[in-house]
Design a protein around this ligand. Sequence first.
Ligand SMILES: NC(=O)c1ccc[n+]([C@@H]2O[C@H](COP(=O)([O-])OP(=O)(O)OC[C@H]3O[C@@H](n4cnc5c(N)ncnc54)[C@H](OP(=O)(O)O)[C@@H]3O)[C@@H](O)[C@H]2O)c1
Length: 1464
Amino acid sequence: MYKKVIPNISDDLICSLIGDKIKELNESKDKKVIPNISDDLVNKYITDMKDNHILLKIMNEVYKGSLDENQNIDTNKVITDLQNNPEYDLSLDYINEVSKNEHLIRSLVDIVSECFVPRKEIKVLELNLTKGFMAREVDTQLASSHIYPIDVSYTIAVKSVGGVSDDYKNQSFKLIEWNPENSVFPTEINSSNFILLKDSNDLWDIDLDTQLQDMFDVISDKGFLLSVFRYQLTEPELALNQMNGKKALKNADLEKRIVDFVKAAQSVGFNLIARKLDSIGSVAILFRKLFSEPKLPKKENIIQISSNPEKWFETLKEKIVEQKENESTDESLWLIANDSSKNGIIGLINCLRLEPGGECLRCVFDYDNLIKGSVKFTEKPYSDILSNDLPINVLKNGKTLHIDYDNLIKGSVKFTEKPYSDILSNDLPINVLKNGKVGTYRHFTLNKDYDKKESNDYFLNVGHNRDLASLQWYDSKNLVTSKDDYDLINNKTNKIPCNIYSAGMNFRDVMFATGRIASGPQMLFTDCLIGFEFAGRRADTGERVCGFDMSRCYATSIDANDELISRIPDNWSMDDAVSVLSTYSTVWYGLIERAHMQKGESILIHSGAGGVGQAAISICQFYECDIFVTIGTEDKKKFLMNTYNIPENRIFSSRNTQFKYKIKEITKGKGVDMVLNSLTGDKLDAKITKGKGVDMVLNSLTGDKLDASYECIADCGRFVEIGKFDLQMNKQLGMFSFLRDISFIGVSVDQKLYMKRGFVIRFFEWMHKNCDNGMIKPINQNVFKAEEAEKAFRFMTTGKHIGKIVIRTREEESNKNAKSGFTPTKKLVVTRKTYFNPNKTYIITGGLGGFGLEFIHWMMFLGARKFVLTSRYGVKTDYQKFILKRLASLGGNLKQFATKVVVSTHDCNTSEGTKKLLADAQNLAPIGGVFHLALVLNDCLLENQTIDKFQETIDSKTKAFENLDKISRELSIDLDYFVVFSSVACGKGNAGQSNYGFANSVCERICESRRRDGLHGLAIQWGPIGDVGVLADSEINTSLAAVVKQRINSCLEILDKLLQTDNSVVSCLVRAKRSVMSGTKESKLVNQVWIALGIDPKTTPNHLTLGEIGMESMFAVELQQGLEREYDIRVTLNDIKNITIGMMKDFEVGKVDEMKRFADEIKSCRTKLCKVKFIIPSDACIRLNNVTTGKPLYFFPPLEGIFTSLEGLAEKIDRPVIGLNWTRDMQKLGSLKEITKYYIQLLKALEPKGDYDIFGHFYGALIAMKMLKKAPVGRAIIIDMLSEVTLDEDMISDDSLVEIILSFCTKDVPTVIQAKMRRDTMSKPDVPTKLEQITTELKEFCGKSLVSRDLDEILMNSYKRAKLFTTYRLNMKSKFKKMKLTIGEKYMRMSGKVLIIKPFQMVEDVANVERVTDKIKNAYFLPEAGLEGKLNFETVESANTQDLEAHKTIERMADTINKYLGKR
Ligand SMILES: NC(=O)c1ccc[n+]([C@@H]2O[C@H](COP(=O)([O-])OP(=O)(O)OC[C@H]3O[C@@H](n4cnc5c(N)ncnc54)[C@H](OP(=O)(O)O)[C@@H]3O)[C@@H](O)[C@H]2O)c1
């Protein structure tokens, strides 16, 4: 009975059996163990016990106790003790790990999260008095249930916080203690959106009604309760309960508990939404709290979503806008689809619910009410309906009536009757009616073995990681050889299907499999680079054959090139045959063909015990050579002595260089004639001894040992190199040895095999000639089974093997001449693998798009050779031309790789176009598959969408797919693949893509219908893709922020597996790393920033801005929205990039106001800057206020030459204020003298009588002072700032002048932005680029509203002016002392009076008027004496030096000026 509950779980079976044993032990006095379970079996399971096998652990302890004959065991006590031990807590057993079962829990959790769309926060409470919490999985599930991030605040109410394991404590869950017996629910968990209750015995004694009422009260309206119960105990649990002696819990008790719970839940007002069971014994029940009674929808709020959007688009749009504008309405809008199983309503509602006004949407996809699929338009009455072409047709009593179809359907939906009444009262957004049941579409993680299957036709290859651990067997089902197959020298090949029995391993395989040697050009043609010799039987004749291929010989079958195989000599086994192939061919070619070995020559053979080494020994013995060998181990030495009778003194270690001296000694200094070498490395860098070396070295060791082997060769000897490593690594050889007439022979048999026709044939001839005469002796083999492939590879890497390593995939039959009835291969669990058929055509709609062009390349690599791509306009971009050209040239001149790519512009949105396309494709070859990638996007919220654009997107996806499905069926085209690239926008929803969602959804339903009909159909919901395609250049939409772009290579790698699954709809996306959501709202937001930027805030300088660190716009949008949504802080995207790390840190600790201030400062500064017109005036003067009567006051221009900064002051002055402009003409004035002269003339023209009042500020003040000396000035007003600036030589440097300009222009910009502008500006090399940078910064900061026509010129002029004035001041400073007297005299004569106004904050010590006056005299070059009665001095309060334009400061300055001028 237990087996029925958990049929495949063997450790539970063991648990159960141990239970039986214990019972048996306790019952029978003689303590005999029942026979159906061996102690070995028990021990095996006990040893493999995992942490969550608690039940097994308990049973084992009890069993151990029961076995102890010396004790009178008290089983009851043992169990009680165990139960008190936290290590044996059954709630942690995997039977109770329900939350890991996606089918049980995720499906329900997703229903909950779907109802919360589009909200981004969810408050969860888990009531769980056991230790088996569900929080981790449920929390992850909720947070990742949509493509935008959801903030889950998760509280777990536990028995005791102290008892909770650390890993739960350290996570973001809030833990509270809850004792249901004596406390009510804590208030902080009020208004939870979702409560999860894990039932346990602790809760059984509490009154159910009170318990449920409590829960009902704390759940928010429309919130959910998910309760998890055990409905059935497993056998071992029952046994344990019985042994426990207490009142044993039975299944009936569990059932009663559930029934009581449901009853109580419903009586307090919960609606029962769904119930799911697992096979082990748990049930999850979902309830919903709905306050309001279900409201019957008004007729106008039910919209029929037919397959034709024209019928409902405008109504739906209108309704959605209405809902958006009327936020308070609680009316739901019901979308009903029941016209076709290929309706896109699911994708439509998924997207629309995320749009403004979409929350009110509910949908029913009513399969039960569908017009049946048996409609045949070729037969009456449908043929009539078709030809009448009326929009609405109803069939009744054999007649066609024309009636209002829309109303008919609406009428058929009765919300007062089941199941619609249930749907209405449950108020779930998505409802699918099928076979009388209400259900929904849900995503589940693909089974971890989804890419595995059982097969008896497979091949070995390395996996993605390219290491030995990734070696695996792949399914060969899809591997097909081209009918027009050519070899690498463009000769047509004749392929013979062979069954493989054994394959030989070569060191080259290990080098490839571990990535130690690069794969070379063969990578272009094959994804498999290992296994190039095999033995087996021809599938047609049964003849035993052995041979070579480029790769993929570790396999159960192969289509072999008939020129590369040969009959196996009768006296050899299959394993014998593979042992001979590469070994003897290498030696034959290296020593006989290339080195022309002669009888009696001497030879040094490295690695003599290896495959090639033994082949060499065998051949050389036949040639009666004088043989020297090197070996690695003593075992190998013994082996060579025993097997080949090599004298001990001819065998040397390859681990050191001693062999060289020994050889010299034995050969009396002559050396060997030949060396067969694959040695490499520094071990053999022995020095040349006196005398000669050996004649030949046959080398098969690798690395930099190569050099030393030369030294063993006699003059005129040959060095035969077979090691791949040094050749591949392009190792350099010393040329000196060649003076001794040594030949270096590099042997690369594989090159010969594939590039020289006839080479293999000659080898086989030689092999057959010498297979019986003793020259060729099969080499001893180390045989491994297919399942041991990795072990075999690892064995070769140890270098311990002697002879040949063979992987055997089939056992050889005793009958060598068998023609049929060959041994089957063993079924293995292998990896599924996609290959395309080179003999078929593949149609790719939209194939010239971003994904399409990558996709074709990948298909080619996996075998496809013929393509028809569709496009509306054909090849038009250079990129498309480039890729198509590259694809055509990939194989160079190799016919084997010749590819045919046809671009078709037939319109698949029509039947005719589709038929033409299929015909064109069939003309190339039978069609193997259709991949539908065509797409036209028209993203837009529905409220702004037009029917044309809406329809265009839908048509681009659905029409062609429908046509291709329908017509390929009609033409009985057998398609291996029928695939559409759908989108996560359909599966999860995305605002603004309702048309795209609808369209993809239709395609998904088509795939489902094809699968139902036994045809291939697959829709892949991709997430956003990087590198290529529609989203390649765009930032991810903000709402997609929980997912990141998937690289195209990764997409293709997954596609390889997805194409082999049996599902109709799959999804593939890359989730963004979820930030650790703990702490305050602010810290969560900031935490996301740290993660998005990938920085450690502790080590990142505070002054850096987010933009400088490289924040992507995508996340900037997120942050911008977060600040606006949560704190009403509105900043532009550019400003987000100006936020500094320091500000983020402040924000993180709750200084929200500072961020607000920052935003306000930016706003006001931008407004100010945008008021400034950076335009050079053309008039000589300008009115700065509206006062028209009275004596004018003339303003000299400020440094920037524009009066905007002084306008506020001018407005408040009671006299007309005239600004004396800095015009373009003035640029030629090169000194203060000339400037003063210009202004004297100007003022003379304006005020011929003189006695004019003037005003100067900063450098303008200098002009004013100069005017005092030279012109008939009445009064002069100076806003003094210069006296505070200490004058020194550095001030004239370029950098400090630029700094002056910068601080003038950016005086109102927030300090952090100012600092960043300074950093960027000062990093530029010279003045022009620095000034350009200021322009760029200002433009970037202000955006388009900045009036910047002459900004560049103004900055350059300001710079020149600043230089002129500063130089003047410096010159004057040095002359001043000498000139003091003269100046003094001049001032004595001057008529005007001066008012110096000092902004308060600028003065260090205002009280000390004398000191301040002295400073002023110095700054403006005034004499110490003689100004009595002429120099007036006033201070006004100002906030700070930067704040001279502050309202109050201006008012006070104006006041002072007005009073002063008014005195006259
Ligand atoms: N890229 C992504 O991030 C992403 C994500 C999820 C799903 N997908 C899916 O993947 C597929 C390929 O996407 P992609 O990024 O490669 O898009 P893409 O670059 O825009 O390519 C789509 C191509 O479809 C062609 N097309 C449009 N209407 C056509 C028609 N009536 N007949 C024939 N061709 C037509 C267009 O070519 P012409 O202008 O030459 O006609 C266009 O080049 C799409 O189906 C898309 O839904 C992509």
